[in-house]
Design a protein around this ligand. Structure first.
Ligand SMILES: *[C@@H]1O[C@H](CO)[C@@H](O)[C@H](O)[C@H]1NC(C)=O
Ligand SMILES: *[C@@H]1O[C@H](CO)[C@@H](O)[C@H](O)[C@H]1NC(C)=O
Ligand SMILES: *[C@@H]1O[C@H](CO)[C@@H](O)[C@H](O)[C@H]1NC(C)=O
Ligand SMILES: *[C@@H]1O[C@H](CO)[C@@H](O)[C@H](O)[C@H]1NC(C)=O
Ligand SMILES: *[C@@H]1O[C@H](CO)[C@@H](O)[C@H](O)[C@H]1NC(C)=O
Ligand SMILES: *[C@@H]1O[C@H](CO)[C@@H](O)[C@H](O)[C@H]1NC(C)=O
Ligand SMILES: *[C@@H]1O[C@H](CO)[C@@H](O)[C@H](O)[C@H]1NC(C)=O
Ligand SMILES: *[C@@H]1O[C@H](CO)[C@@H](O)[C@H](O)[C@H]1NC(C)=O
Length: 446
């Protein structure tokens, strides 16, 4: 009997087999299209790097000569006109348009050499500055802040710079709207020393600054929109007077030594979007007033001693996307069902040994890291071993101490595509068998 393989099969079979073997890659990395280059954020557009015209020393700089001298005394190169736009380097300057001489309004020093000298004399000459930003400039802080300079400054940012600061020194910057001090130790008895004279603050970040004392009982900064005092050594309660900060959108008090309960007045912060109280010693229940925070998208209460049950309203908050309740003493049945849990991008509840989920409302595939409930609302067994990780929707990237919202997103991640590949492979295998079957059939019939 002749072997009559239909010609289409000769072509089809190798084609299908090769598809199966390369299927995984083919499905994920289609055409090697080059990734779009990440847009350089906030940097100046490229400028021609030709030799800058020598403008210093009585040249054609448009900058006030006193200020030019001050910049030179600080150690800043002025071979290029500080008022020319845009600044090409780490160091950036911006000027106003005054005549006959322009004045410096913004100065940014980055990656300073140790011989840079930010003297009080230089600062006196720079009292037109609105914004001063220091990044990785571990030079000594000027001892004296000249009053005209201190009161004209609107924005001061000091990141890993000036070695150490005092609360009194900072408190002289009375007209600031933006203050950021990160990775610089501040010695002061309490944040009140820094803040009580700054009546125009809108954004305040003092983080990793060894800031000690308690939170203010009287706030003088009612315009604050952004408040971040994370990673310091603050102690004591969160005073209920925090509710006077009625424009707050972000509140970050994570990684301090705060204790006591969350005040009910927190519900008055109606614009609050992101709130983190993680890694403190806070206790008690989640206040019911949080249900009034209709803009809340991000709530992190992880690593405290909060207790009581998880209120149902958390599953009904429309904007909430990120909820971290890990490592507390919450108890009872979590108030989520398959529908309400889908609205969240991140839900973390592990590390609460008395917490459980209703297995008729939620599948164990969610891998929440807590046990199912018995009919009395108690966990049926010890929570599953943490080492039994799997690529599940709500699994957690073993970050006990992470507070950064980097937890895996529900959708996305790697597991979706790998299921797809499996499906495609199975489908193709079936096709191959069908083709082989057809070939055999054709042989029998032929
Ligand atoms: C920026 O200015 C500082 C202080 O004058 C200096 O030490 C540093 O080298 C400058 N960096 C660049 C890239 O010009
Ligand atoms: C603070 O800024 C305001 C304008 O916002 C200005 O009128 C006032 O003089 C400044 N205060 C000081 C002490 O410079
Ligand atoms: C942090 O503050 C404490 C006092 O509150 C002080 O003893 C300690 O030396 C400070 N640490 C640094 C690095 O400044
Ligand atoms: C606020 O929370 C959202 C959702 O978790 C997050 O994407 C965003 O980066 C947060 N913003 C700030 C300023 O923390
Ligand atoms: C929560 O803990 C406090 C002590 O910190 C205790 O008095 C209270 O009864 C606890 N509440 C619940 C619901 O377990
Ligand atoms: C799921 O929970 C939400 C919010 O609590 C509730 O409105 C909804 O009725 C529940 N759906 C089911 C099917 O139980
Ligand atoms: C679980 O949900 C079902 C259906 O809503 C309900 O009848 C049951 O009482 C719940 N079990 C617990 C322990 O809450
Ligand atoms: C709070 O601050 C910590 C540490 O600085 C940071 O990791 C976290 O993302 C911040 N959270 C919010 C909600 O801003």
């Amino acid at each position: 009997m002749d072997l009559k393989v239909p010609p289409f099969a000769v072509i089809l079979i190798p084609l299908l087999l090769s598809h199966i073997w390369t299927g995984g890659d083919a499905a994920h990395s289609p055409s090697p299209s080059p990734k779009p280059a990440p847009a350089a954020r906030g940097t100046a557009p490229p400028v021609a790097r030709g030799p800058a015209p020598p403008v210093a020393r009585g040249g054609r700089s448009t900058l006030d000569p006193r200020q030019l001298t001050a910049l030179q005394s600080i150690g800043l190169s002025t071979t290029r006109d500080p008022c020319a736009l845009p600044s090409p380097h780490d160091n950036a300057t911006a000027c106003d348009n005054a005549a006959p001489f322009r004045h410096l309004v913004s100065l940014r020093l980055a990656n300073c050499s140790p011989d840079v000298d930010l003297s009080s004399t230089a600062l006196s000459a720079l009292s037109t500055l609105r914004s001063l930003s220091l990044l990785h400039c571990p030079i000594p802080a000027p001892r004296r802040l000249p009053t005209p300079f201190a009161s004209s400054l609107r924005s001061f940012s000091c990141v890993s710079s000036l070695r150490r600061l005092t609360g009194v020194w900072l408190s002289r910057l009375v007209n600031l709207t933006d203050l950021a001090v990160v990775d610089v130790p501040i010695s002061t008895s309490s944040p009140t020393v820094v803040l009580s004279q700054m009546h125009h603050l809108r954004s305040l970040t003092i983080s990793r600054a060894n800031l000690s004392g308690g939170l203010p009982h009287h706030w003088h900064n009612v315009d604050l929109v952004h408040l971040d005092l994370s990673s310091n050594t603050l102690k004591g309660p969160i005073p209920s007077s925090i509710s006077v900060l009625g424009y707050l959108e972000t509140l970050n008090l994570s990684s301090n030594g705060l204790a006591g309960t969350l005040p009910d007045s927190i519900g008055d912060l109606v614009f609050l979007k992101n709130a983190s109280f993680s890694q403190n010693s806070l206790s008690g229940p989640i206040p019911t007033s949080i249900s009034q925070l209709s803009n809340l998208t991000h709530l992190d209460l992880s690593s405290n001693q909060f207790n009581g049950s998880i209120p149902r309203f958390l599953s009904e908050m429309k904007e909430l996307k990120f909820l971290n309740l890990e490592n507390n003493n919450f108890q009872g049945v979590i108030p989520f069902n398959t529908t309400s849990i889908k609205k969240l991008e991140v839900l973390k509840v592990r590390g609460n040994s008395d917490l459980c989920y209703n297995h008729t409302l939620l599948s164990s595939k969610m891998k929440l890291g807590i046990a199912p409930c018995d009919k009395y609302g108690l966990p049926v067994s010890p929570p599953p071993d943490k080492s039994s990780k799997s690529d599940s929707d709500y699994s957690d990237d073993d970050g006990e101490d992470d507070d950064n919202g980097d937890a895996k997103k529900r959708s996305g991640g790697h597991h979706g595509p790998s299921k797809l590949v499996l499906g495609v492979a199975i489908g193709l295998s079936c096709l191959v068998f069908l083709v082989i079957f057809l070939i055999c059939l054709s042989r029998v019939c032929g």
